[in-house]
Design a binder for this molecule. Structure first.
Ligand SMILES: [Zn+2]
Length: 289
């Protein structure tokens, strides 16, 4: 064996042990207890996400208003759709002014705004599973997460360390229901089947709402990122109604299911199992009927 092979093998071992190496083989159940060195100890916290939303235990809070969006939500955002081996993620291009792409109100304290950072997806291999949050034990075909950062913090690292640092808008999606913005994503996603590849896509963030007049009712609770390092910094806002309209979604979902992943051959079933609610309370801005 020559030196190059030995060095290569050595580097291979190091790469395979990098902290960011994780997968969904156990639906996240092994992220904090694999081995003795607790690679992601925060994933064993007491305020983790996702959760099962038990609608019989949800507390209606009449003081919770609607979410409101800044003007940037209604402008086109040029960005890249990337297969990062764990999901397909859309991020605005560097240099794009995102200062108006924020939301406020709802469960958010007065004077605080959360700015859009990225959106990504969780999906399954069957249409009967795929979402991370469940409602009364039932999964939807997919879940989209729009990740936002509290504009009071300068960096994502700083925000991850604060209880009010991040907010995620969660959207359920059913195979029968399809939002319009997925036309461009569906067209482009076939180009990025391989891990660590990306392709340009432009979206209007408001399109996820404007075609869905029922996108008002939401559940909210305090939780975490659903991927390592599982920081408990997230105000979750999970919309009750799945996204609706009928084009392009089946094609998009079938393409997602062929994406090549990290830690497994395909990015499939990239959802974490529901975590214990513990002493937390899930609130809603609507009365359960
Ligand atoms: Zn997510």
């Amino acid at each position: 064996m020559n030196a190059a092979i030995i060095i290569g093998a050595f580097l291979g071992i190091i790469v395979s042990c990098r902290a960011e190496d994780w997968n969904y083989a156990a639906q996240g159940g092994d992220w904090c207890d694999a081995g003795t060195d607790l690679p992601f100890p925060k994933c064993c916290g007491t305020s983790q996400s996702p959760i099962d939303i038990d609608t019989s235990a949800v507390t209606y809070d009449s003081t919770l208003g609607n979410i409101h969006f800044g003007p940037g939500y209604f402008n086109e955002v040029p960005g890249m759709l990337e297969n990062n081996g764990h999901t397909m993620v859309f991020k605005p291009n560097l240099g794009v002014d995102m200062s108006d792409h924020y939301f406020f109100d709802g469960p958010v304290a007065d004077g605080i705004t959360y700015k859009f950072v990225q959106l990504h997806f969780h999906w399954g291999t069957k249409n009967t599973d795929g979402s991370e949050h469940t409602v009364d034990g039932a999964q939807y075909s997919m879940e989209m997460h729009m990740v936002h950062i509290n504009t009071a913090y300068d960096t994502f690292a700083e925000a991850k360390a604060a209880a009010d640092g991040l907010a995620v808008l969660g959207f359920f999606m059913n195979i029968e229901n399809v939002p319009f913005p997925f036309k461009s994503m569906a067209n482009q996603s076939k180009k990025i089947r391989n891990v660590d590849t990306s392709t340009p896509v432009s979206v209007y963030l408001s399109d996820f709402f404007s075609h869905s007049p029922n996108m008002i009712d939401y559940f909210t609770y305090q939780g975490s990122l659903t991927t390592p390092t599982c920081d408990e910094a997230v105000t979750w806002i999970v919309y009750k109604e799945p996204l609706s309209t009928k084009q392009f979604f089946p094609r998009f979902l079938s393409l997602l299911r062929t994406a090549v992943g990290k830690g497994s051959p395909l990015v499939r079933n990239n959802y974490r199992e529901p975590q214990p609610l513990g002493i937390r309370v899930v609130k809603s801005n609507f009365e359960m009927v």
